[in-house]
Design a protein around this ligand. Structure first.
Ligand code: NAD
Length: 697
């Protein structure tokens, strides 16, 4: 059993002992029920305390049981909580560290709750596409009121216990305990041992503050902030039910909603995202036991757009950074931008002034390589040019202390070649941050054929420290993310060439869930980047099939928002895209030159072509071993490219569509003479999985 039971001084203490977070797996649940029964039948026991071992009270469901029959094996969580609630002797939850999901629901079933300050309290189920399923939506409003409960349940955000304890009228906690929690809980339990009737959350009524209008407002707000997501809306339904139904009827309603959501596509996608993020840190041939190098001081080369953002990531994590540039002006400019970024966070109340000062105090600058020699890791973010980067790495090789990790933030260059300019290629790795580097969660870790395993293990650990989702990519043009994105954008070009409008393609992509369609992204990032890449790649290879619409608009100087015009027109100072007659004329001309007659294209075809183009490239990436698993590809898209999280990523999207259907659609697209027909030959891995009835994920 994942619990222990001990009686001290007339108080039975049930200790949850299921590391790492005392998850409520079957044996933990059984241990709680068993402990309650033992306490009932022992005349010497007058009260019960439930406490967690280790650093937390309880993190909720045991994720190891997710999807297995054990998750609902007897006693299920409802039965467990009922046993606690119906105990004839008072049960006190002694809460520290974390009380989340089922852990909080268990505590809410207890008669009393004492808590350590700084404990994270949350019902995070909404983030995996479900509602809390063991009474959380019914009991939390009874102890916190509708407004606070709605906020916690619909966002899944955690709130520190001391803040909740101070909330006026709260009935969640009976005591805030500074110091020895167990001793305080036992003393509390003894103090209430004789109190009858036992207080129960079920007997509290929900404050009548909330009316139908308040719930309608919450739903409307969530439709904006959590666009297209079903679970937040259903959380509102459950909390509203708590204001209308008695506890048992409310719990029955909650369970019905829970059962409806748990098997939905959105919940499947969000679970995939949850597990995929955790799985991304595992590298098949680099065991968890690999010894890592210490990284306590970091150097960043180049204080431009990326260098500044990368420096901030480390400063935010409390790691000292030394920033190296070629000229003092460049340092001043870079520092100015870092300060401005932090000051804007301070003025918005997102960062305390003293924290800002602490972070800036960790930052030093230099013009000399000698000053960075003792850094444990150096990240190069200079111009994207192999010659410039080779010079930098030659210098780093000469000055850096032995064992220092040498990383490059290159987005397109060959990390094997960068490694080969040094005498220590095993120490070289790609760390591809996304812009703005201090905001975007994705970090592609580019593993060169030379990179040492302990370097990989170390950078994965460092990524966690700076709160990035690190996904390992092999060396190839564009790595995982940009290589697939190129196919997505390429399809966008074919689609407008064939007859869709720029706006239609963007709108269809946005309705699918992307934050912005491909053309709006182009205007934001700069259309000249792709133009330069195409010039380099395709102009030398006239037989490559691609649509020239992108070149046509760049030849008109329409590089995007930075010049006030791109795929759309932009009014001065505004970011609102306005359809452009000049762009349409340029597209019409490309179409005419190619002898294509425009046809109406459905939104469904647009979305399928855009997405399946990525999927096919993803299948090639997997087969080549550039990504080691399909979920890694999906994590790249969810955390770095704004792919709708409730669809789980392109590879899960393909699985959910059904791979035979994906192959069938690709064959249809292959028959289209106005597309790149060879591209649509299903990748061998895709064809094989489809034929065998298997899936990517
Ligand atoms: P940037 O032009 O904003 O900054 C480059 C900085 O490097 C400049 O401040 C320059 O003075 C400095 N620099 C150049 N040569 C140097 C040298 N030899 N020693 C020291 N400093 C030197 O460029 P950026 O957008 O920050 O890009 C930097 C790198 O990051 C490139 O490899 C780029 O491909 C990559 N990257 C960029 C993005 C992006 O969205 N901008 C995203 C991911 C990766």
């Amino acid at each position: 059993m994942s619990t222990s039971y001990q009686v001290t001084d007339g108080v039975a203490v049930i200790t949850l002992a299921n590391p790492p977070v005392n998850g409520l797996g079957q044996s933990t649940r059984a241990g709680i029920v068993d402990g309650i029964h033992k306490a009932q039948s022992d005349a010497a026991v007058t009260a019960v305390v439930i406490i967690g071992s280790g650093k937390v009270f309880c993190g909720g469901a045991d994720i190891k049981e997710f999807g297995s029959p054990k998750a609902s094996a007897a006693p299920d969580l409802h039965v467990t909580i009922s046993a606690v609630e119906q105990s004839s002797k008072p049960v006190v939850a002694a809460i520290h560290g974390v009380a989340m999901g089922g852990g909080l629901e268990l505590a809410l079933g207890c008669h009393y709750r004492v808590v350590s300050p700084g404990t994270q309290i949350a019902l995070p189920e909404v983030n995996i596409g479900i509602v809390p399923g063991a009474g959380g939506t019914q009991r939390l409003p009874r102890v916190l009121g509708v407004e606070a409960a709605l906020q916690m349940i619909t966002t899944g955000a955690s709130v520190p216990s001391d803040k909740l304890f101070k909330a006026p009228g709260q009935k969640l906690f009976n005591q805030l305990v500074d110091g020895d929690l167990l001793a305080a809980a036992v003393a509390f339990a003894k103090g209430v041992a004789a109190v009858r009737p036992l207080p129960s959350v079920r007997d509290l009524s929900v404050s009548a503050l909330a009316d139908a209008e308040a719930f309608a407002k919450a739903r409307a707000e969530l439709a904006k902030t959590r666009r297209n997501l079903i679970a937040p809306q259903r959380c509102v339904d459950c909390v509203e039910a708590a204001t209308k139904l008695d506890l048992d009827a409310g719990i029955a309603f909650e369970l019905e909603v829970f059962n409806g959501l748990v098997t939905s596509d959105q919940a499947r996608a969000l679970r995939h995202a949850f597990f995929g993020e955790r799985a991304a840190s595992k590298i098949p041939d680099v065991p968890d036991s690999t010894t890592t190098r210490k990284v306590e001081k970091v150097a960043v080369i180049g204080a431009g757009t990326m260098g500044g953002g990368i420096a901030m990531c480390f400063l935010n994590a409390g790691v000292p950074v030394i920033l190296l540039e070629m000229k003092q002006e460049a340092i001043d400019r870079g520092l100015g931008i870092i300060r401005k970024n932090y000051e804007s966070q301070v003025s918005k109340g997102k960062l305390a002034q003293d924290k800002y000062e602490q972070r800036m105090a960790l930052l030093t600058t230099t013009l000399s390589y000698d000053d960075i020699a003792q850094a444990d890791m150096v990240i190069e973010a200079v111009f994207e040019d192999l010659g410039v980067k080779s010079q930098v790495f030659t210098k780093l090789d000469a000055v850096m202390k032995p064992g220092a990790i040498l990383a490059s933030n290159t987005s397109t260059l060959d990390v094997d070649k960068i490694a080969e300019v040094t005498q220590r290629p095993g120490d070289v790795v790609g760390l591809h941050f996304f812009s703005p580097a201090n905001v975007m969660r994705l970090l592609e870790v580019v593993r060169s054929k030379h990179t040492a395993k302990d370097v990989m293990a170390t950078v994965m650990q460092v990524a966690k420290k700076i709160k990035k989702v690190a996904v390992v990519s092999g060396v190839c043009d564009g790595f995982i993310g940009n290589r697939m994105f190129e196919q997505y954008v390429r399809q966008g070009f074919f689609l407008v060439e064939e007859g869709a409008t720029v706006q239609q393609v963007d709108k269809a992509a946005e309705a699918f869930g992307w934050a912005m369609g491909p053309f709006r992204v182009g205007d934001l990032a700069g259309n000249d980047i792709g133009f330069a890449i195409r010039k380099r790649r395709y102009l030398e290879k006239p037989d490559v099939i691609y649509s020239k619409v992108g070149d046509a608009i760049c030849e008109l100087g329409r590089f995007g928002q930075k010049v006030g015009k791109g795929w759309y027109d932009y009014e001065v100072g505004k970011r609102e895209p306005v359809p452009s007659a000049e762009v349409q004329a340029a597209i019409d001309k490309v179409r005419l030159d190619k002898g294509i007659t425009a046809r109406a294209i459905s939104d469904e075809e647009i979305v399928q072509r855009l997405t399946l183009a990525m999927v096919n490239e993803g299948a090639l990436i997997l087969a080549e071993g550039i990504a080691s698993k399909a979920s890694d590809i999906d994590m790249v898209y969810l955390t770095g490219y704004g792919f709708p999280v409730y669809r789980g990523g392109p590879m899960l999207y393909a699985d959910m569509l059904g791979l035979p259907k994906v192959v069938e659609l690709m064959k249809q697209f292959q028959a289209n003479p106005n597309d790149d027909q060879a591209f649509w030959t299903p990748a061998p891995l895709l064809a094989k999985l489809a034929a065998e009835g298997k899936t990517f994920c």
